[in-house]
Structures are given as structure tokens and as C-alpha cells.
Design a protein around this ligand. Sequence first.
Ligand SMILES: Nc1nc2c(ncn2[C@@H]2O[C@H](COP(=O)(O)OP(=O)(O)OP(=O)(O)O)[C@@H](O)[C@H]2O)c(=O)[nH]1
Ligand SMILES: [Mg+2]
Length: 260
Amino acid sequence: MSVLPPVRKDRIISQFPKCFNKGAALNTDDEFHSKVKTACQQQRTGTVGRFKISKVIVVGDLAVGKTCLINRFCKDVFDKNYKATIGVDFEMERFEVLGVPFSLQLWDTAGQERFKCIASTYYRGAQAVIIVFDLTDVASLEHTRQWLEDAMKENDPTSVLLFLVGTKKDLSSPAQYTLIEQDAIKLADQMKAEYWAVSALSGENVTEFFFRVASLTFEANVLAELEKSGSRRIGEVVQINSNPNSLYATSKKKQPNCCQ
Ligand SMILES: Nc1nc2c(ncn2[C@@H]2O[C@H](COP(=O)(O)OP(=O)(O)OP(=O)(O)O)[C@@H](O)[C@H]2O)c(=O)[nH]1
Ligand SMILES: [Mg+2]
């Protein structure tokens, strides 16, 4: 019996969400991976959908808008007053991807230097890292390299999905935006991160961005499960017969009876 309420209707993902910019995307596919689609149809996603919760950490300079970004998505609110995050906070978001339940644990970390040592103890075990900068503050973009380095000290760079997100899009003029976007795309490419530009105030691209995070994380998880299981089918119970005689009995049956 499930104790959880059904997933909210606006958290159901049935189509592969598009990237923001094809020049700085983790993948440019139009659909979920065919292996992933088949595994979901056949309910062979293993631990994904049953016990697995994927950890996502959100890092970046103070006041770039990490908390506002998360709050816009999770609670659909925006607070214009700055309240620094002390240490960390987290939100759980439940999705249904291709019919499979999937949860993200979003860790909102503090950007202020004095809370950084507390926050960094929560970096470990992330499946996705969201590095946030303010589109109106070029220094915050420059600092993203350091945030990436710190986050990667605690994680396996080969398996973590990276996102570079510019916030406060509503505040930047088109000319200012074009300039900073060029640098951000270059940097995202070097980091092997996917670039997004959003506004927590207007909500522009916020849902699209988190759907993309959920879908890419889900896809990576299912592919990893499929790989782990190798040729064996995920979810299949391998039965090992504990009676050694049964093996003998089978082969014995096949033996020609030489006494006849
Ligand atoms: N105009 C505008 N302001 C924003 C946006 N996002 C955040 N802000 C403002 O920027 C300030 C800082 O936002 P926070 O989300 O608290 O920043 P933070 O990155 O969580 O800061 P720390 O917790 O100290 O690391 C607040 O005053 C917000 O109202 C946005 O998209 N547009
Ligand atoms: Mg905060």
C-alpha cells in the first residue's frame, strides 16, 4: 500500500524537455533514450521509481537568487526581500517521468562565506549540481569555476550532471544579456555543463529548467541501472536453487541408462 499521495498533475513528464541553448546542452535529443522508454514501458527501472531519491545541490555566490529559484519552482512564490540562507535548506519534489515516480531532493546552500563550511558538508553524493550566477553581475559568473571545483571535491565528476544557470533575467537589458550569455555559454562548454537563463521574479524558464534537471537525472539513473544489470533483466528475481541434488537429478535424467 502506498502512503504517498499521487504526484501533482503539473509534475508529470511524458515528453523529453528541450534544452535551453543547443550550443551549451548536455544533450540535444528530441526524445528520451529508447532504452529508457522501453525499460519504463516494461516497468524494468529497478530501484529508480521505488527507493531512489536523487540529490541535487544548488551552489553559487550570495544573493544570486538560489533560494528564490527553488521557491519559485517548489512553492510558486517570489520574495523581493533578501534573507540569506544559513547553512542549507532542502525541498523534496516528486515527479512522474514516463509513468515512473521519481523524486529530487533539492539542496539550497548558503553563498555567504561564513556559512560555506557548513554548506559544503552537504555536497557529497550529488547526482546533479546547479551552479547559479546573477546575469547582471559578471563577477558572480567568474566565481562559478570556484563553486564547481568545491562541489567536485566531494563528488564523482564522471557521473554528476552539471547545470550553469543565470538568474534575474528580468533585470538585464537585451544588450547586457547578449554579452554575458556569450561568456556563460563558453564557460558552460568548458565545464561540460548545460546553460540556462531564468527569472524567479517572472517565472521565465523556471519550470522548463527543473523539468530538464529531473528528466536528465532520471534518464542517467535508469541507464545506470540498465548497465548495472548487464544482460540480466532489471527487476527480475534470480533464483538459485539451493538443493544441489536437483542439478544432479536433472543431468542424471538425461544420462543414458547403461544398465538396460
Ligand atoms: N529581479 C529579480 N530579483 C531576484 C531574482 N531572484 C532573486 N532575486 C532577488 O535577489 C536577492 C537574493 O535572492 P536569494 O534567492 O535569497 O539569494 P541566494 O542566492 O539564495 O543567497 P544566499 O542564500 O545568501 O546564498 C533577493 O532580494 C531576491 O528578491 C530574480 O529572478 N529577479
Ligand atoms: Mg539562499
